[in-house]
Write a protein of this length. Structure first.
Length: 199
């Protein structure tokens, strides 16, 4: 059993090192953080969603923006599409593929940042919601796994963890989301104000 535990930790470490070794991943995380901060400066918000464990990551990310991470500061507008009454209503009336896109259509405005999480990159409800966000003039972000699936190449920003199983992918997605909150807090509440940044 201990060997199994050690193997799991080693696999997580290996995948994280592989992801960090790609300089473009670090640049993209920085760009996403700056884009979100700029959207907040312009009175925008973040909308985030995913299925299963990815929904839990979305909820975690949103509460750290509306609540706090490292700093005591003003709350930041963030919505995780996770309300069970919304999801069951839309799934019943329109189909499960519409549960996220319907909420994006309800809440999103041009200039908002909309983030979709999918460890396969093939979740139909995530695909449709990101497409809806683009129609509304939002900036779109995808956190993906494996090959990136159908979503790869379709959003303004994407980060792909090229691992075939969801566990390691979700672990790195969680770290990315934590780092994004730290970047946003630093950009908005620690650094001196600067001219708008468009990335």
């Amino acid at each position: 059993m201990q060997e199994m535990i050690k193997t799991a930790f080693t696999a997580a470490q290996t995948e994280l090192q592989r992801f960090c070794a790609q300089e473009q991943n670090l640049k993209t995380i920085e760009q996403i953080g700056l884009r979100i901060a700029q959207s907040y400066r312009e009175q925008g918000k973040v909308i985030i969603f995913g299925n299963g464990g990815s929904m839990c990551d979305a909820m975690h990310f949103a509460e750290e923006l509306t609540g706090r991470y490292y700093q005591d500061r003003e709350p930041l507008a963030a919505i995780a599409i996770s309300d069970p009454s919304h999801i069951s209503c839309v799934a019943n009336d329109y189909g499960f593929d519409e549960v996220f896109s319907r909420a994006v259509r309800a809440y999103a405005h041009s200039g908002d940042v909309v983030i979709g999480l999918s460890t396969s990159g093939n979740s139909p409800n995530v695909i449709k919601a990101l497409a809806m966000a683009q129609k509304l003039g939002c900036f779109t972000v995808a956190l993906l796994g494996g090959s990136g699936g159908e979503i790869a190449g379709s959003t303004d920003y994407e980060l792909i963890v090229p691992y075939p199983k969801s566990d390691r992918v979700q672990e790195i997605h969680t770290m990315i989301l934590h780092i994004l909150v730290q970047l946003i807090e630093t950009e908005l509440f620690t650094l001196p104000p600067r001219k708008p940044i468009y990335v």
